[in-house]
Ligand binder design. Structure first.
Ligand code: 5GP
Ligand code: ZN
Length: 114
């Protein structure tokens, strides 16, 4: 996906603040943070939405979730709390069609979401 924003960030064609990188994913700071911590856990594989997942992605999604929790713990938010979100398609407000796990922390987050 040559014109996908997150594929371009993964290829270092667009700058981003990298929090973590390994062979399967990158984690970057969100450009428009909604909380004191707001990172995006992005798989290197281009997967457009959660509707496109299959069984082969199960381990990847588990690793992404554990990575989000590890970053929250490193930053001191594990006990106080943090939120992890995948937005899928229009009603959920997905704007970048390459899956990414938002991880937010550092303030009280309202529930239910708006
Ligand atoms: P979505 O709305 O698809 O769930 O989330 C997309 C997220 O990507 C938004 O929180 C938005 O602020 C973030 N974002 C959009 N463009 C960029 C960018 O160029 N760099 C970074 N770091 N984040 C971006
Ligand atoms: Zn992509």
């Amino acid at each position: 996906m040559s014109d996908c924003l997150f594929c371009r960030i993964i290829r270092n064609e667009i700058p981003a603040t990298r929090v973590h990188e390994d062979d399967r994913m990158v984690v970057i700071d969100d450009i428009n943070p909604q909380a004191p911590m707001h990172v995006l856990v992005i798989p290197k594989a281009h997967i457009a939405t959660l509707n496109d997942l299959n069984r082969d992605h199960d381990a990847l999604l588990g690793e992404m979730t554990r990575r989000a929790a590890a970053i929250a713990r490193e930053r001191g938010f594990a006990d106080r709390g943090f939120r992890t979100v995948f937005n899928t398609n229009r009603d959920a407000g997905q704007t970048v069609f390459h899956i990414h796990l938002h991880a937010l922390a550092g303030r009280t987050l309202a529930w239910p979401p708006g």
